[in-house]
Design a protein around this ligand. Structure first.
Ligand code: MCA
Ligand code: AMP
Length: 502
């Protein structure tokens, strides 16, 4: 029996001397070298005692090693659980505990010894420079490993996505969820072996890990693999690339740079944007500065990519295009789930081989969002316009997207409510020129109590990743509520909406 995902993504690359990864300093790693490393890592994972279906949690900086760890999990049938490097140990503890990860692989500067021992997990170190206890074991391991058989419906990865209750949910993704989407996208976006993708995204989310990396592997193309987004590094690398994928903040930052010219991007074939709304204004400015129309697409952790603007047809600013081949999409009435006619605004539902199989250990949450007929309720609101393109007009879920990272207000409110002198809080997103949206925490003091905002900010840093921390904390007398007692966030958004403008 074969291992579907491994065979399709990596199977034919053994012995291939072509570069898979090209680093910022010009050095390269060939497919063959990458796969040897993958086999060594798979041997280490197995020697530590992980079996098929066990979880491996990874909090490591972006590196070739981090990708080899993903590949090694696929090869050995272990479920890969990548974690944002900005997460604090308190946040990581939840993911390790909830997933029951047997092995945590982390950079040396993440303080996870207590987390691992609390949950009975093995902790190994793998640093971005290739050192660490895991790397030491790999150095003496064999570069031959018999790929473990896995099929289409077997689980390949858990990606945690925050929940409206403040508890993150582990989205279970199968081999075929990942493979089918990569196969669709490679065709839709015309990737082939000649492509050189400029990769400046993090690799612990769907965008940088599955969309970008799986496509390149499938196409046997190359990636310029930058440690993170920096306008300087991207501008240096653009002349050597053919395509780039980014969140809208990448494009607004590039537009802020006078070095972005038609000349710099002349040979580029494709710029893709996703993970957050790309303002029509950004789309238009980018075209007038470079001559390129950004191709915007729409996806989710639970579903991979759902829709895309066309490669050849018109890429319409302010829309995310049409459903991808194999994806059914409908707009429904949020009250009763009935399909609405084109042009009407409702909730976006999708079904297809890309859609996950449920949330780990949360059957009720799964039932609430994934219908028996296979349609997944995205929580996004949209309409299909007269040209057949989907426009996302809002969200039916209380979610803030800052620079492409999702932030669930409930999670922050729970932390704010615990602060000394705070009676209650509300967290909202407000438009932000760099991050698209940014976080505001609105606090009400307990009667007669004083609230020390500086102390609160310092305390938040201990438990919440920096990107989730409110960029502004404000005090109000009381929160506006409707007759049902629900906080009226729309009123707060109206009041504080221009906090980050100008
Ligand atoms: C970093 N910081 C942030 C963010 N990122 N704050 C708010 N929102 C953010 N997104 C904080 C840091 O902690 C730091 O705080 C300061 O901002 C600068 O940090 P730095 O490391 O220099 O980061 P940056 O360069 O400002 O990062 C911005 C970024 C990055 C390049 C936009 O966040 C990024 O690469 N985002 C991509 C996210 C992504 O891949 N999303 C895909 C999810 P201080 O200033 O206090 O020091 S997958 C998905 O959504 C679906 C499936 C889809 O459709 O793709
Ligand atoms: P995540 O849970 O991190 O996978 O984020 C998924 C959410 O990102 C979706 O439900 C949308 O709200 C949002 N999203 C992704 N791509 C786009 C896009 N092109 N335009 C608007 N929102 C997007």
């Amino acid at each position: 029996m074969s291992n579907l995902l491994y065979d399709r993504l990596f199977g034919s690359h053994q012995g291939e001397q072509k570069p898979f990864l090209i680093f910022a300093d010009g050095s390269q790693q060939s497919y063959d070298s990458f796969l040897r490393q993958t086999a060594r890592f798979a041997n280490v994972i197995q020697s530590i005692g992980l079996d098929v279906g066990d979880r491996l949690a990874a909090q490591i900086e972006k590196s070739a090693e981090a990708l080899a760890l993903y590949a090694a999990c696929v090869k050995s049938g272990v479920i890969f659980l990548p974690l944002n490097t900005a997460y604090t140990p308190a946040e990581v503890s939840y993911f390790v505990g909830d997933s029951g990860a047997k092995l945590v692989v982390a950079d040396q500067y993440f303080d996870l010894a207590a987390v691992a021992s609390e949950h009975g997990a093995v902790l190994e170190r793998l640093n971005a420079d290739g050192s660490g206890s895991f790397a030491d074991r790999a150095a003496t391991a064999s570069d031959i490993f018999a790929t473990v058989p896995r099929g289409a419906d077997d689980l390949a990865a858990f990606l945690y996505t925050s929940g409206t209750t403040g508890r993150s949910k582990g989205a279970m993704l199968t081999q075929n969820n990942l493979l089918s989407n990569a196969e669709t996208l490679i065709g839709e976006w015309r990737f082939d072996a000649n492509d050189v993708l400029l990769h400046a995204l993090p690799i612990f989310h769907t965008h940088g890990l599955f969309v970008a990396t799986n496509i390149i592997l499938l196409a046997k193309a190359s990636m310029i693999f930058l440690p993170k987004f920096s306008a300087d590094m991207v501008i240096d690398a653009l002349p050597k690339a053919s395509s780039m994928m980014g969140v809208p903040t990448f494009y607004t930052r590039l537009l802020d740079d006078p070095r972005l010219t038609p000349d710099l991007t002349r040979h580029m074939r494709l710029f893709i944007s996703g993970s957050a709304p790309l303002l029509a204004e950004t789309h238009i400015q980018f075209e007038s500065r470079t001559g390129h129309r950004i191709l915007e697409r729409y996806g989710m952790t639970e579903t991979n990519m759902n829709t895309s603007n066309p490669y050849d047809g018109e890429r319409r600013a302010g829309t995310v295009g049409m459903a991808l081949p194999g994806v059914d999409m409908k707009i429904t009435n949020p009250d009763n789930g009935e399909a609405l006619a084109d042009g009407e605004i409702g909730q976006i539902e999708v079904r297809g081989p890309n859609v996950f199989v449920g949330y780990w250990n949360m059957p009720e949450k799964t039932r609430e969002e994934l219908r028996e007929d296979g349609f997944f309720i995205t929580g996004d609101l949209g309409r299909i316009d007269e040209y057949g393109y989907l426009q996302i007009v809002g969200r039916n879920k209380d979610l803030i997207i800052s620079g492409g990272y999702n932030i669930y207000p409930k999670e922050i409110e729970l932390v704010l409510d615990e602060q000394p002198g705070v009676l209650e809080s509300a967290v909202i997103g407000a438009p932000h020129p760099d991050f698209g949206e940014s976080v505001i925490g609105i606090l009400v003091a307990d009667s007669g109590q004083s609230v020390d905002l500086d102390a609160i900010e310092a305390d938040l840093g201990k438990t919440l990743a920096r990107f989730k921390q409110p960029r502004k904390l404000v005090m109000v007398e009381s929160l506006p509520r409707n007759t049902m007692g629900k906080v009226q966030k729309n009123i707060l958004r109206d009041e504080f909406g221009s906090t980050f403008q100008g």
